[in-house]
Design a protein. Structure first.
Length: 201
């Protein structure tokens, strides 16, 4: 016969062995449940989504100056050569324009710190932003800069307005966009959608 007493279960029987087995069984499973509860893992926090580099404009754009690659097509290589005066230079960035050839806002391609703003008579206004892993993005041929040196910017913040420059005078209003670490440059079209780690390592 079963009877509850002090939250424990007893069997009214002359066989003490059965009673002790039942009590042991209840204690054993209670201990297991407590142990499982203590060992229950805390759910991992979802990883913070890492930024991937984006083009520095929201509008429909066209690449009007390519990045020069040795193994590229002849058509793209021709579009990656800049004539300045009587000399020709290969492009180490890309020039972007709106399809309707109107001025547009230039955006930070990644979050970072504005480390320099230069006004150059040949290249126009140049904004340089430093990111993690010594990666830099540079935005030149601007008609206006809307940030200051030392400013912390987030990806997508407006940093300037497109313009024209003497260096690539055949182009309408545009931004000349470079991605670099030290003396090494990267083709912006190749690194769009990649994280800083994926670009630099």
């Amino acid at each position: 016969m079963l009877s509850p007493k002090n939250n424990r279960v007893f069997i009214s029987t002359s066989e003490g062995r059965s009673t002790s087995l039942l009590i042991f069984s209840r204690q054993f499973y209670n201990l297991r449940a407590k142990d499982n509860q203590n060992n229950q893992q805390v759910p991992n926090k979802p990883e913070t989504k890492k930024e991937v580099i984006t083009m520095p404009m929201n509008d429909d754009f066209v690449v009007v100056r390519k990045y020069y690659e040795q193994d590229d097509t002849a058509e793209n290589q021709e579009l990656a050569v800049i004539q300045f005066g009587k000399r020709y230079y290969t492009s180490n960035g890309v020039a972007l324009s709106r399809k309707d050839e109107q001025d547009f806002q230039v955006l930070a391609a990644l979050s970072g710190e504005v480390v320099s703003i230069d006004e150059n008579p040949i290249y126009g206004i140049i904004v340089t932003i430093k990111h993690e892993n010594e990666l830099y993005t540079e935005y030149s041929s601007l008609s206006e800069a809307t940030v200051q040196t030392g400013a912390q910017v987030k990806q997508g913040d407006v940093i300037g307005v497109s313009g024209v420059c003497e260096y690539d005078s055949t182009l309408d209003t545009h931004v000349y966009f470079k991605v670099m670490t030290g003396s090494k440059t990267y083709n912006p079209e190749d690194v769009i959608g990649k994280t800083i780690i994926e670009i630099t390592e």
